[in-house]
Design a protein around this ligand. Sequence first.
Ligand code: ATP
Ligand code: MG
Ligand code: FE
Length: 341
Amino acid sequence: PLILGIESSCDETAAALVDGDRRILAHRLAGQEAAHRPFGGVVPEIAARAHIEVLGPLIEGALADAGKTLADVDAIAATAGPGLIGGVMVGLLMAKGIALSAGKPLVAVNHLEGHALSPRLADPALRFPYLLLLVSGGHCQLLFVEGVGRYRRLATTIDDASGEAFDKTAKLLGLGFPGGPAVERAAALGDPKAVPLPRPLLGSAEPHFSFAGLKSAVLRARDAGIHTPEDIAASFQQAVVDCLLDRTRRGITRAPGATALVVAGGVAANQAVRGALEALAIEHGLPFSAPPLWLCTDNAAMIGWAGVERFAAGASDPLDTPARARWPLDPEAEKVRGAGV
Ligand code: ATP
Ligand code: MG
Ligand code: FE
């Protein structure tokens, strides 16, 4: 099928055309870094307004790039959550309007499913089930991906997400926004052994994650005034890598039958993270898969691809499908958490 994918859940507005042969016929993306930079983080109201301004032209541009019209498209796939609700509403409403006027089905995509299936867009050899480390701006989870729509959460963060830790560290060190790439650049100039930083939950039995204590330690190291920002950044990045590695190693024991070790989400764009996980996969005799860097951070190709996978499986959604600020991939795990366990 040929799917129009739309993404607007955070501070990237994007439109893509993706087909069942893994071809990305077009992809247009507009970031909003400049608009948010003065505030050191994403401002939801500014984000929603920016999505409104650029989404229409991006969709028209993507169709033109591919030499297609809406008549050629089989379904419209848009992020319906989780994310900043104003932005999600902009993309989902646009998708509904197009679906209605063009007489095409709507596929409401969970943004996390977009990240979770994105490795399959780039890697035709990647089969289910696989163990996925999903590391993004708002999430840090180990998921056993059994199939399209079948995600079992093995572990999650008990406080901050890994991308959030990168963003907060960048802010604390005055490295700028967006934080992940800024920390990675600074880390390349520093010594990862220079600053002793904690590795929260390292060695603990459940494969959960924690980054809040690490962030506090970065703050103390900064205020101590002994180390350079580059050394702190390098030491921080090494601590995150050590934690992700240890927790994923533990997760592998909970994922018998996994055919590959996979990493996705914005933090998967980090070379140290990718390298460590690839080594872990090799250590366990598992194939390793990670999307190309541009498919790790938010984009519409992964939403289009999730649309392809879900549409091919017979899925479509009613036009009154709501936009959702929260939308867990694994409702069972969420119930347990809600019960205070
Ligand atoms: P979610 O997907 O959980 O809703 P999001 O969509 O905001 O959150 P992504 O776009 O997947 O998150 O990823 C953005 C995050 O990835 C940011 O926190 C950013 O700092 C981080 N990130 C991006 N590039 C890098 C990098 N090279 N190194 C480390 N972190 C990175
Ligand atoms: Mg972003
Ligand atoms: Fe994301």
